[in-house]
Design a protein around this ligand. Structure first.
Ligand code: PLP
Length: 456
């Protein structure tokens, strides 16, 4: 390995890092890049000699933890046998057929077929095309608009970035794309009227969605996309009754439901899928992250019976399904996914996320809920968040310039814990690997608490 200084210099000179203040990085104001060299279980370490508990599983993806040799071996085996072949014109591999069979048997809704991509963003881009294709083929060419939610996160490509409901992802990038609309976030703490119960708030959000559909014209609205639990927009479980109310509206106007399970899928919420937990019956399902636990890139757009039936029925008329990537269904990624999902099943990681998650939320509440600067502590399964406010009574936010969330996250990091400052508001977010133990949870909460006390 080159010396640390050389690596840092090379990186600074050549890598365009996502979500990084470019000038601060170029001039060294935010220090050298962290050169990550290894990981085991819930911990990673860097070339500078630091070790961290990864309280965010990378980017909510390393659900099985770092350093699982079973997955490394499955990847190597497939690479030795056949590193690559494409899936165009009905080519496949055994790993891919097995993975697809597994997903169709276990995914929510009424899955029929699986289309593979490499990232959550491109899978949601595919979902948009599927909505347009489906409505074109069934003679409803105007039914193309897609509604997502404020604070939803669906990716960064042109359509998925437009679906993302936070304006700083759009600014200076010519987004959102026309025809992608947004409705209110399902966050009771911020959105409810004084005294409004969760169920009434959910009904109001559903009524707003209905008004939007009616205003636009139901014949122009093709789909609604949402994460079962809002993720990057602030780790926010839905209020009581929300999914029941929303689905009632969608059915009334023949609007497809795309469930973005990129974070929630494969156990994160304490159920196999977020949809299972909240009684959602999606037409299309997006998965990524936990599908391979981040060991290699892989995503999927899972197509439900209702949409697929129209596609197959129209095939004689329209010809081949003309969409796909060089790497759709890559055999190494499929082998990795099968090895990861074997672990998820064998170690019952959904159940574990539920039980350890209950302990996690309890500990977070015990430590944080009474603090003067904490507005809300929330979570489900192994997703958790603490939201900081300047005044609990009035719910006044901190001045953004104070960067309270970012400073607490930095203080946690200085103490050996990665907990993410969420991009929307002063929120410390947690999504540890699903293999985390209760005593490790205690350690995570304790470090986060000490970091908060240090900053405030
Ligand atoms: N959808 C959700 C819910 C996500 O959280 C993310 C990424 O965080 C994406 C889509 C985009 O996935 P990717 O970063 O792999 O493109």
């Amino acid at each position: 390995m080159n010396d640390i200084k050389t690596i840092a210099e090379k990186d600074r000179a050549t890598v365009l890092h996502p979500f990084t203040q470019l000038k601060d990085f170029a001039t060294g104001k935010i220090g050298d890049p962290t050169i990550v060299t290894g990981g085991k279980g819930i911990r990673i370490h860097d070339a500078q000699g630091h070790s961290y508990i990864d309280g965010f599983a990378g980017l909510y993806c390393v659900n099985i933890g770092y350093g699982r040799t079973e997955v490394a071996e499955a990847i190597a085996r497939q690479a030795y046998n056949l590193a690559y072949y494409h899936t165009y014109a009905a080519h496949t591999t055994e790993e891919l057929a097995n993975l697809s069979d597994r997903l169709v048997r276990t995914a929510p809704g009424k899955p029929s077929k699986v289309f593979y991509g490499l990232s959550g963003s491109d899978a949601n881009e595919t979902q948009a095309k599927l909505v347009w294709y489906y409505n074109n083929l069934r003679g409803q060419p105007k039914k193309k608009k897609i509604i997502s939610r404020d604070r939803g996160y669906h990716g960064c490509s042109v359509i998925s970035g437009s679906m993302t409901g936070m304006s700083f992802y759009h600014d200076h990038m010519n987004l959102p794309f026309p025809g992608i609309l947004h409705t209110g976030a399902p966050h009771h703490y911020w959105g409810a009227e004084p005294g409004e119960a969760e169920e009434s708030f959910s009904r109001r959000r559903a009524a707003e969605l209905e008004q939007l559909i009616v205003r636009e014209g139901p014949e122009t609205v093709g789909a609604f996309i949402a994460e079962p639990v809002l993720g990057t927009g602030g780790i926010t479980p839905p209020p009581d009754g929300y999914w029941h109310e929303i689905q009632t509206v969608l059915r009334r106007y023949d609007v497809l439901l795309i469930a973005d399970e990129v974070i929630c899928g494969f156990g994160r919420t304490g159920a196999d899928f977020g949809c299972t937990l909240y009684g959602m019956e999606p037409d299309l399902v997006t998965v990524a992250k936990g599908l391979t636990s981040g060991y290699v890139p892989l995503s999927a757009a899972i197509v439900g019976e209702r949409v697929y039936a129209v596609m197959e029925e129209a095939a004689d008329r329209v010809g081949a399904f003309s969409h796909g990537y060089t790497y759709s269904g890559h055999p190494i990624a499929a082998a990795a996914a099968n090895a990861v999902l074997d672990i998820v099943e064998k170690e019952r990681l959904s159940d574990r996320a539920r039980t350890v998650g209950l302990h996690f939320l309890k500990r977070l509440k015990e430590r944080f809920a009474q603090l003067e600067i904490v507005g809300e502590v929330r979570g489900v399964g192994l997703l958790g968040a603490v939201e900081f406010v300047a005044d609990r009574q009035t719910k006044r936010r901190f001045d953004a310039n104070l960067k309270v969330g970012a400073r607490i996250s930095k203080a946690a990091r200085d103490r050996g814990l990665i907990a993410r400052a969420m991009p929307h508001g002063d929120i410390l977010g947690f999504a540890p690997p699903l293999v985390v133990s209760e005593s490790e949870i205690d350690e995570i909460v304790e470090i986060a608490y000490r970091a908060t006390k240090h900053v405030m």
